[in-house]
Structure formats: C-alpha cells, structure tokens
Design a protein around this ligand. Structure first.
Ligand code: SF4
Length: 172
C-alpha cells in the first residue's frame, strides 16, 4: 500500500494560521489571516502543521478582547487553564514522537503574555521570560530537545531563517 505521508511536524500558535484570534489592534501587518511566510515555508516543505490552542480566546470564550498585559493574565484560573492546554499539547507531542515521527520545532509569538518564548513587553520595557502557556509546555518537553522559536511579528526574518535552517538540517 502506498503511503506518502510526511513524517515532519511543526507546532504553531493558533493565531499564526488565524490572526482573527489576536487581541484587538494587533493585526497591523500585510497578512490579514495567516502569517503567510511561515505557512508557505511549511507547506513548501511538506511539513504537517499542528495548530496549538489559543489560551487567551479559549479562556475568554470569545475572539474579541482588548490586549492585556502579563499582570492581568497571571491569575490562578488562567494558569490552570494554560496547564490543561499544555497537558493536551504535550500528549500530542508524545504520540507523534512515540510513532517515530519528527517534531522540527514549536513556534511562539514574542510579547504575548501566553505564547512568548524569549521576551514580553511590560510597562518597564521588555522582560526576558516565556509566556504563561509556553512556559508550562516547555517544562513538560524540555527533555525532548525540541527547538522553540519565538516570532517577532514586526520583524519576522530572524525567526523565519531559524525555522528554515532547522528544516534544511533535518531534510538533508
Ligand atoms: S494567546 Fe497565543 S495563540 Fe492566542 S492570540 Fe495570543 S499569541 Fe496567538
């Protein structure tokens, strides 16, 4: 039986594919729906795209919300919500690895209180830290050595190149 499936996976934040899930006023750049260069790169290389849940919209049960800082999200309830979502994503990651497929990377969105990887914007400037959801996911997967790349939506080139070079390395 012919089975032509790709064994490669990248996990992406929900809003990379559907920017309508971003908080109000954040979708200012040239792509109205998906952040195309990432999706184009993944599709061109036959990478399976797994859309991780949007912690903020699923917590609010709405796509419409004002942007809020870390302080407002950093509550017991929201952290518990992120913990549940991170557990579900972790289960998917384990299944993929147990089936001998390869996860090339997990992507996050810099400055998001939930999904940033390296830095978050606060009233006192940028703070180096992971977002509430990504931190919980990272704590579960750190032994798997899966690269986590943070996308700066204003200057995507650095993260796009990082992803490109991971794909090249793995497909050699
Ligand atoms: S919580 Fe994450 S997935 Fe949802 S809009 Fe913010 S960055 Fe995107």
């Amino acid at each position: 039986m012919i089975d032509n499936r790709s064994p490669y996976f990248v996990f992406v934040p929900f809003c990379l594919l559907a920017q309508a899930y971003q908080a109000k006023g954040l979708v200012k750049y040239e792509w109205k729906s998906s952040i195309k260069p990432f999706i184009d790169l993944l599709m061109a290389n036959d990478i399976n795209i797994i859309q991780m849940p949007c912690a903020e919209s699923s917590y609010k049960k709405s796509l419409i919300r004002e942007p809020m800082g870390l302080k407002k999200y950093n509550t017991d309830e929201f952290n518990q919500h992120c913990e549940e979502l991170a557990n579900n994503v972790f289960e998917e990651i384990k299944q993929i690895i147990d089936n001998n497929y390869k996860i090339i990377a997990i992507l996050g969105i810099e400055q998001s209180p939930s999904c940033c990887v390296n830095y978050i914007y606060t009233n006192h400037g940028n703070e180096r830290r992971k977002g509430l959801f990504i931190q919980k996911l990272y704590d579960k997967i750190k032994d798997y050595n899966i690269p986590i790349i943070g996308i700066n939506r204003k200057y995507i080139n650095k993260s796009l190149k990082e992803l490109e070079s991971l794909i090249k390395k793995i497909k050699k």
